[in-house]
Design a protein. Structure first.
Length: 344
């Protein structure tokens, strides 16, 4: 009889467990239709600096059907490639419309490569963010803009920490080059007075304590939280930091080597870091062709200058027009990162 009671009790427990596991009240995501951007009345815009604070365009869209009563955050994005490999965030809204100012659109188009006064083709799409993991995109629509000259002010995160005496006013920065809440930058995380200690730091949206948002450790590896504790990194060294505030995550890649690589270089040649100038330096013999700068000899971290303007871009090359011996300096801690060639 005792055995029967035990078996019966076990059956009840297992049944309750089954019920609780299946009793999921969270909505079931089932995409039935993506949002659709309303066709633009005027898909050709000539932007004027005198109207910088005025509305350039108001975008609207259908809300889409996700299989449940959703309240997504809509993010309007722009890119110069219809496949949107690295889009810029123009605006966010919880409604089915949003306005974009002349200044914002002009800045975005300039970042994407527009030259002042020359018609430039951009592609606009909508991201419907249901959760951090569930994102739906609309089809894109074309928008041609002619820009005016502007100085780009990129969004920044400040990185005060133990390596620089927690001096927030003079803290190094990470930059969102696509204005999409994704930040990156190079940090020399060295504490000469305590070389074996972990480096601790925080991320702030303003260069003053108590102002703006302050991000710290989210508790788990690579996670962030508003007003979290100190983030800790070990060992000390030179790092490439990537932060995504959309998902409250970060990665820190320790840089053990930066090299010149490509057909113009006889062999892959390493840079040496100069702390006095905060630059990476090397002298190398180059022939006509092109080179790129690689981190840790990894082609996933490859930099060059497709725009030929002296500023570094990911996944690009630097063209070499004349044979010769060159001194090359990389200023990775500047915004934006730049380089210089000095022919010897």
């Amino acid at each position: 009889m005792n055995k029967i009671i035990k078996y019966f009790s076990l059956l009840i427990i297992l049944s309750l467990g089954t019920i609780s596991c299946n009793d999921d009240k969270s909505p079931v995501y089932e995409l039935k239709s993506a949002p659709v951007i309303t066709p633009l009345e005027n898909p050709i815009l000539v932007l004027n600096e005198a109207s910088a604070d005025f509305i350039a365009e108001t975008f609207s869209w259908s809300k889409g059907d996700y299989g449940f009563s959703a309240a997504p955050l809509y993010v309007l994005q722009a890119d110069n490639d219809p496949s949107f490999p690295d889009p810029i965030n123009l605006a966010e809204s919880t409604q089915n419309y949003v306005s974009v100012t002349v200044d914002k659109l002009n800045t975005a188009a300039t970042i994407l490569g527009a030259q002042p006064g020359i018609p430039f083709e951009t592609y606009i799409r909508l991201q419907a963010r249901l959760t951090n993991n569930d994102v739906v995109y609309s089809s894109s629509t074309d928008l041609q803009v002619s820009t005016y000259p502007t100085v780009i002010i990129y969004p920044k995160l400040y990185v005060p920490g133990s390596y620089q005496g927690w001096d927030i006013a003079n803290a190094p920065t990470l930059v969102s080059y696509r204005m999409n809440n994704k930040y990156e930058g190079f940090l020399n995380l060295i504490d000469a007075n305590n070389p074996n200690a972990p480096i601790t730091f925080k991320l702030t949206s303003q260069p003053a304590w108590g102002q703006g948002n302050e991000y710290g450790s989210g508790g788990g590896p690579g996670t962030l939280a508003l007003k979290g504790g100190d983030i800790s990194i070990s060992p000390q060294g030179y790092y490439l930091m990537n932060v995504d505030l959309n998902t409250l995550t970060y990665t820190a890649t320790q840089i053990t080597e930066i090299t010149v690589y490509g057909p113009s270089a006889e062999e892959e040649t390493a840079f040496i870091y100069n702390p006095a100038t905060q630059s990476w330096e090397t002298t190398i013999s180059l022939t006509q062709g092109n080179i790129s700068f690689r981190i840790n000899r990894n082609s996933n971290f490859n930099y060059g200058d497709n725009n030929n303007d002296g500023f570094l871009e990911k996944n690009s090359v630097v063209n070499i027009e004349e044979n010769g011996i060159y001194k090359i300096n990389l200023f990775l801690e500047e915004v934006p990162c730049r380089y210089e060639f000095i022919k010897q």
